[in-house]
Design a protein around this ligand. Sequence first.
Ligand SMILES: [Zn+2]
Length: 154
Amino acid sequence: MSKKKSASANPADMAAGMPCPCQSDRLYSDCCKPAISGKQPAPTAEKLMRSRYSAFALGLASYLIDTLAPERRQPGERGALKRQFRSTRWTGLRIIDVQAGGEQDRTGTVEFEALYISAEEPGRLHERSRFRRDDMGRWYYVDGDAKFLSGSAN
Ligand SMILES: [Zn+2]
């Protein structure tokens, strides 16, 4: 590892002093960044969900792949994510419901609504996501029931 300091083009670093994309009303550096940087893995399913949303908003493919359940990773996952980053801008997150997913749980579900703009059109993703915690205490996104709705308001 080089200790040389260089101007970083890493969006995860550039966003450090900004409000967290997950709309927790906290700074990114105090909210999702510790999980995304690998400093402190998300302790709960909700934190993992929030950090994955922030990674989508910031275009961080590696974190999204790392936090996807290993059996769910597809060849070409990175390319598919990068195409999605180019076509979709994530603009808001609202957590609706959390079941289990605590620091002592093995599984959890998080229901949320995420706002996005794609091809100039606002849309909403309503999803109930399932998460799993492994023996090392790391949470992974397993899958979810997703509904895409058009329009930004409800
Ligand atoms: Zn956050």
